[in-house]
Design a binder for this molecule. Structure first.
Ligand SMILES: Cc1ncc(COP(=O)(O)O)c(C=O)c1O
Length: 361
């Protein structure tokens, strides 16, 4: 291995205490985690160690200025009990795009893949077998310089933690627009998976939840006219047989699920348009009876049907789930590919393999 790993096994596994039949999202963590450091551009000290708290200085710059980026991925098990990763190089590319924007070091591909493979291999018994469940993987990096002046930093920690997870949105979601807040402007950090994007969305999200919605459907900051994305997902609308999703204009995340859904839709002969779509176009289509479906796409959320959209006090209800032609079928197909139940026609799945195990033999 290009980056040597030190491995320390947990003394007592917590696995037997997990109720896999009742998993919620983001509440439990696997036995081990991966930790590495980057000092002045050099990656060192790669370790797989028991999951636990980290000691660091209260002056660490990430705590003050938010130089923190992350990814969200999932590991699955197929019928042969092989652990599988879904398109890990897509997350690698996006992580480094986020790193670049936040003046952080890029993670080398070898380090990215080796850390994921070794960690998932070690904690593979944590991958749930239950339908719709998976092992959520959270790679993240933050600035560690012990300095509270504002300047680009030189010392970073990169970690991966894992979490056995059920469905993020167990039922169709209600979303609302807001003209009070903006998620991202061109030239900002909307395309990066930077922690601050999510921190800034907490107040709007809390207000939306208090009104009975699951999420905000973000619109552009100039006119609040064009749809961007949902707080945790990219968004698609099916109008008169055409699937429309906002183009990648620098304000939204280049979602791995978005890309996969576009490929699946095209494979089935559905026309896909990546372009500006206004909230008025969606409401007009609903009035004309040609808005067939609306759904969000994301790793945690998979494909979530949208049941209601509110805009400027007007609410539209989408057709009931059993009449929906696209999102439910797409979700079954995508989840089927991920779990190995359906053929992997796009070669998206990567079998987890341990180089450490091979080296030890
Ligand atoms: C803001 C936002 N947009 C889109 C997505 C979907 O991206 P992906 O499909 O890569 O998970 C996510 C989830 O990670 C997200 O947080």
């Amino acid at each position: 291995m290009k980056y040597p790993f030190h491995v320390e096994h947990t003394e007592v596994s917590r696995l037997s205490s997990v109720d896999f039949s009742n998993l919620q999202f983001g509440k439990l963590y696997g036995d081990h985690m991966f930790v590495a450091e980057c000092r002045k551009g050099k990656w060192t000290d790669c370790r797989i160690i028991p999951f636990g708290n980290l000691p660091f200085s209260p002056a660490s710059s990430a705590l003050h200025y938010g130089q923190i980026i992350f990814e969200g991925m999932k590991a699955f098990k197929n019928a042969e009990r092989n652990a599988l990763l879904f398109r890990p190089e897509m997350n690698f590319k996006r992580f480094n795009i986020s790193a670049q924007r936040m003046a952080m070091p890029e993670v080398p591909l070898d380090l990215w893949l080796d850390s994921l493979h070794e960690l998932v291999h070690m904690d593979q018994e944590w991958i749930p077998k239950e339908q719709g469940c998976s092992l959520y993987l959270r790679p993240f990096m933050f600035a560690m310089d012990r300095f509270i002046g504002v300047r680009p930093t030189e010392f970073f920690k990169f970690l991966i933690i894992t979490s056995p997870a059920g469905l993020y949105y167990p039922k169709p979601v209600k979303v609302m627009t807001t003209a009070k807040y903006v998620r991202a402007f061109e030239g900002g950090v909307g395309f990066a998976k930077a922690a601050g994007n999510y921190g800034a969305s907490m107040l709007p999200l809390r207000e939306a939840i208090e009104k009975g919605f699951e999420q905000i459907l973000w619109t552009d900051g100039n006119e609040h006219k064009y749809i961007q994305e949902i707080g945790t997902m990219n968004v698609f609308f099916v109008i008169d047989g055409v699937a429309i999703t906002p183009e990648l204009d620098g304000t939204i995340l280049d979602g791995v699920t978005r890309d996969s859904v576009i490929q699946l839709l095209k494979h089935h002969g559905t026309k896909v348009e990546e372009r500006k779509i206004s909230i008025d176009e969606v409401f007009d289509a609903h009035q004309k009876g040609i808005l067939q479906d609306a759904f969000g796409t994301g790793t945690a959320a998979s494909i979530s049907t949208i049941s209601h959209i509110e805009h400027k006090g007007n609410m539209i209800a989408l057709p009931p789930v059993n009449e929906i032609p696209f999102s439910v079928k797409l979700k079954d197909e995508l989840e089927g590919i991920k779990s190995g139940a359906l053929p992997d026609i796009f070669n998206w799945m990567v079998k987890v393999q341990s180089k450490l195990l091979v080296e030890a033999e």
